[in-house]
Design a protein around this ligand. Structure first.
Ligand SMILES: O=c1ccn([C@@H]2O[C@H](COP(=O)(O)OP(=O)(O)O[C@H]3O[C@H](CO)[C@@H](O)[C@H](O)[C@H]3O)[C@@H](O)[C@H]2O)c(=O)[nH]1
Length: 431
C-alpha cells in the first residue's frame, strides 16, 4: 500500500504540545502502518522534546526559532502571541515543500488560523485541534452572545454575580468565573466561527462523559464531525531505579496522601509577592509539599518541602504519597489530576483557567478554591493559605473524605474512557 502522511502543527507551548504528542501516539497505534505523522516544531522545541520516546511513525520536522524563546517569553506575552500568528506561516510552507510523501491531512492547533490559507492553497483538509475544554470551546464560539449581553470587553467589576446562562451546552456560569478578555487579546485568538466553516473536523481532548452537554451542543450546532478522545495523557514509560529523579525518591519516603504537589503553570505564573505568601503559608501549614517553582530553587524548607524547576507531572500525580494538587487549572493539569485521582486546590490565572476552576469546584466537586476573587489580583495571604492547605490535606476530615470519594468516581470514568477513545475515532483521517 502507498505511504502517505499527516502533518501535525502544534501551538508552540507545553500545554498544547504535550497533548498533541499524545494524540499522535494514539493515532499511530491505530494506524494501518501506511501513515507517517510529521510534527512540525521549532528547533528550540525539538531540543526540549526531541528525545522523548515516541512511535517510529511519528517524526519531527523543524522550522527555525522564529518566535521568542521559551525562556522569558512570559515577559512579553502579547509579543509572543503575535509572533506565533505572524512568523510561522512562511517556514511552515517551506517544510511542506520539502516533504516527500503526499499529505492527506493537516492537524493544526485551532489557535493557528493562518494554516487554513496554507491548506486551501494546497488543497489539503484540516482537522482543528482545540487544546482546552469543550466548555471553553462553546464559550469562545459564542463570543458574539457574550458581546450582545455585554459580558465581554466592558468593565464588569460591579456585575460579577450576573449569570451567563445563554451559551449552548454550558451550565449557568457567573461572570466572576470567566477570565476578563480585552479586544487586544481577541486579535491573537482564533475566530472559531470562521474557522469551523473551513475545517474538516474538530478534535477535542476531553472525556465525553464529563463534558457531554458541551460536546452534544456543539455537535448539533456545528454540523461537522467532532471527535473526543478521552483524557489524552501520555503513557508513563517504565523508570529504572538508577534513572529515578531525586524528587521521586523524596516522594517514596513520605506517607500515603501526605504531600501537596504545587504547579502554577508553564505559561504565565504568579507575582513574586504571591510566591512569598505561598512559601510562608506552606511553612505555617506544616503540610509536606513538592513545588515546581523556578525562582525559589535555593530556598530551604528542610525535609517538609522540596522545590524543583521541572518534574514529570503525571508521574508525580500518580505517586501514592501525593494527596493533593494545587494548580493554576490548565486543562491538561485538570485532566491529569482527574486521571490520577488527586483532589485539587484551584488557583486560576488567566484564559480558560477560571472556567476550569469553576468546573472542578462547582460541577465535578473534585477540588476547592484557593483563590476566591478570580478577576482581581488580590494577594492570597499566608494565613489563609495555611488554613486551607491544612484543612484540605487532613485525611481524617469528613469533608476531605467525601471529596476523595467523588475523585475516585471521576477517576474511574476517566480511566474507562481512556481505553476506548471514541469508537469511530481511528477512521477520521483515512477518509
Ligand atoms: O513541572 C511540570 C509542569 C508541567 N508539566 C506538564 O505540562 C503540561 C502543562 O499543561 P497545562 O496544565 O494545560 O498548563 P499550561 O502549560 O499553562 O497550558 C496552557 O495551555 C492549556 C491548553 O490550551 C490551557 O488550558 C492553559 O490555560 C494554558 O496556560 C501538563 O501536561 C503537565 O503535566 C510537567 O510535566 N512538569
Amino acid at each position: 500500500m502507498a505511504m502517505n502522511q499527516v502533518v501535525v502543527m502544534p501551538y508552540p507551548a507545553r500545554g498544547h504540545l504535550n497533548p498533541l504528542m499524545s494524540l499522535c501516539d494514539l493515532l499511530s497505534s491505530r494506524s494501518d502502518g501506511t501513515t507517517i505523522f510529521t510534527v512540525v516544531v521549532t528547533e528550540e522545541w525539538l531540543g526540549l522534546i526531541g528525545s522523548d520516546p515516541k512511535p517510529d511513525n511519528v517524526r519531527f520536522a523543524t522550522i527555525p526559532n522564529v518566535i521568542p524563546s521559551e525562556h522569558g517569553r512570559g515577559s512579553d506575552m502579547i509579543g509572543f502571541l503575535t509572533a506565533v500568528q505572524t512568523k510561522i506561516e512562511a517556514p511552515f510552507e517551506e517544510v511542506l515543500d520539502q516533504l516527500k510523501l503526499p499529505v492527506k491531512l493537516i492537524i493544526a492547533d485551532a489557535f493557528l488560523s493562518w494554516i487554513l490559507d496554507v491548506a486551501d492553497r494546497r488543497n489539503i483538509p484540516v482537522a482543528a485541534y482545540w487544546a482546552m475544554s469543550a466548555s471553553m470551546f462553546t464559550m469562545w464560539y459564542h463570543v458574539d452572545l457574550l458581546e450582545q449581553h455585554r459580558h465581554i470587553f466592558v468593565d464588569l467589576s460591579e456585575r460579577e454575580e450576573e449569570w451567563i446562562d445563554y451559551i449552548p451546552g454550558l451550565p449557568p456560569t457567573k461572570v466572576a468565573d470567566m477570565s476578563p478578555v480585552t479586544r487586544e487579546q481577541l486579535h491573537v485568538s482564533p475566530n472559531l466561527i470562521a474557522m469551523m466553516k473551513r475545517v474538516q473536523s474538530l478534535l477535542l481532548p476531553t472525556i465525553y462523559e464529563l463534558e457531554h452537554e458541551a460536546v452534544d451542543a456543539l455537535r448539533s450546532e456545528l454540523n461537522k464531525p467532532i471527535y473526543t478522545f478521552g483524557p489524552n495523557i501520555r503513557q508513563l514509560q517504565p523508570q529504572s531505579h538508577e534513572s529515578k529523579s531525586k524528587y521521586m525518591t523524596w516522594l517514596d519516603s513520605k506517607p500515603p496522601n501526605s504531600v501537596l504537589y504545587i504547579c502554577l503553570g508553564s505559561f504565565l505564573s504568579v507575582s513574586t509577592s504571591q510566591m512569598d505568601e505561598i512559601a510562608a503559608g506552606l511553612k505555617q501549614s506544616g503540610v509536606k509539599f513538592l513545588w515546581v517553582a523556578k525562582g525559589r530553587l535555593n530556598e530551604s524548607f528542610g525535609d517538609e518541602g522540596l522545590v524543583v524547576e521541572w518534574c514529570d507531572q503525571i508521574r508525580v500525580l500518580l505517586h501514592s504519597s501525593v494527596g493533593g494538587f494545587w494548580s493554576h487549572c490548565g486543562w491538561n493539569s485538570v485532566k491529569e489530576s482527574v486521571y490520577s485521582g488527586v483532589p485539587m486546590l484551584t488557583f486560576p490565572i488567566f484564559a480558560d483557567q477560571p472556567l476550569n476552576s469553576k468546573v472542578v469546584v462547582d460541577d465535578w466537586r473534585n477540588g476547592w478554591k484557593m483563590k476566591k476573587e478570580l478577576r482581581r489580583n488580590n494577594l492570597v495571604k499566608r494565613g489563609e493559605i495555611a488554613e486551607i492547605v491544612s484543612r484540605f490535606m487532613d485525611n481524617e476530615s469528613v469533608e476531605r473524605r467525601e471529596m476523595v470519594e467523588r475523585v475516585k468516581n471521576l477517576r474511574d470514568v476517566c480511566r474507562v474512557t481512556s481505553t476506548y477513545p471514541q469508537r469511530d475515532f481511528s477512521n477520521f483521517y483515512s477518509s
